[in-house]
Ligand binder design. Structure first.
Ligand SMILES: Cc1cc2nc3c(=O)[nH]c(=O)nc-3n(C[C@H](O)[C@H](O)[C@H](O)COP(=O)(O)O)c2cc1C
Length: 315
């Protein structure tokens, strides 16, 4: 496929792996890049030396383009920015927040910069300061979320900017990809779908929870603490929600390190299993290459069906 996102990122299909703390390992990211998408290392809470190791690792696994996701709340953001510039990482995506202060240095280094946005205003601002594209991430997403649905957000962002828009949140198949392209998106980003893959290093318990989930099995924790995150509704998640009404400090304490406990340890009792509503659309753990092939095939057939339907409607 050829479009602006493929050309910008030098990839075969306009499918990006969501940057995911703990879950976005070099192995998974390399699998996505090797399958023609853009794999992203989730730097999360990493320090410089950990990200350096991850970058070295991915370079042994693929010679295709890849990216690094940096969360702006990380205390190590400055040193990670220095590193991605030194390492000439092809693409940097930012977790929601304002990456303005890093923009000119990254651009001067020839790095493609694609921030995540949760509003059309933020998208406009990112375009003004020189972003190469934006990821419009709706509230259906796994992980930390904004308030606007993907349907409304992507529509508004596509109207607001002329740089390429990548849609994220709730997308796990080619039908959803086609819907996003109908709104004007030129690429998609998937997180939850790639966790439920053969190459994800994420604990089996996490993958099984995604497979078991229905579309109603996620809830939002952390909202009263100012960092709402969509997670699978486990006993732990329910406990966090209850504490949020009774003892906010305790809620905050048990949330610390809980994503790691879910992703690395598969700890059902103490882990935050961050996943999107589209977990309910995912029924099988598959190799990344198969996921990407299926998404692309369904994307094309969905659009072809619509084109045929149009001919019928207009007869
Ligand atoms: C376990 C998990 C961790 C995540 N961590 C991050 C992160 O560190 N930075 C970020 O920008 N987005 C993060 N996200 C959001 C993803 O990058 C992506 O936008 C989101 O998963 C898309 O929605 P979906 O899960 O419905 O596909 C995370 C998502 C999940 C599921």
């Amino acid at each position: 496929m050829k479009n602006r996102v493929c050309e910008l990122l030098n990839i075969e299909y306009p499918i990006i792996m969501g940057g995911m703390s703990w879950a976005g390992t070099p192995r998974l990211a390399a699998a996505v890049s090797n399958a023609g998408g853009l794999g992203i290392i989730g730097s999360g809470a990493m320090k410089r030396e950990h990200l350096k190791e991850a970058i070295d690792k991915i370079r042994t696994l693929t010679n295709k383009p890849f990216g690094v996701n940096i969360i702006l709340v990380s205390p190590y953001a400055d040193e990670l920015i220095d590193l991605v510039i030194e390492e000439r990482v092809p693409v940097v995506t930012f977790g929601a927040g304002n990456p303005s202060k890093y923009m000119s240095r990254l651009k001067e280094a020839g790095i493609k910069v694609i921030p995540v946005v949760a509003s059309d205003n933020m998208a406009r601002m990112m375009e003004r300061i020189g972003a190469d594209g934006v990821i419009a991430e709706g509230t259906e997403s796994g992980g930390h979320i904004g308030e606007v649905t993907t349907l409304v957000l992507v529509n508004a962002v596509c109207k607001a900017v002329s740089i390429p828009v990548i849609a994220a949140g709730g997308i796990a198949d080619g039908r959803a990809m086609a819907a996003m392209f109908a709104l004007g998106a030129e690429g998609i980003q998937m997180g939850t779908r790639f966790i439920a893959s053969a190459e994800a290093d994420t604990h089996e318990n996490f993958k099984k929870l995604i497979i078991k989930s229905t579309i109603r099995d996620t809830i939002v924790t952390g909202a009263p603490l100012g960092h709402p995150a969509r997670v699978i509704e486990t006993r732990f998640a329910k406990k966090v929600r209850e504490l949020e009404t009774k003892n906010l400090q305790e809620a905050e304490e048990i949330l610390v390190g809980s994503l790691r406990k879910a992703v690395v340890d598969g700890n059902i009792e103490e882990g935050s299993f961050m996943a999107g509503q589209c977990a309910g659309l995912i029924n099988e753990i598959k190799p990344v290459e198969e996921i990407i092939k299926e998404v692309m095939e369904e994307f094309y057939t969905t659009i072809a069906k619509l084109c045929n339907a149009l001919r019928e409607w207009k007869k």
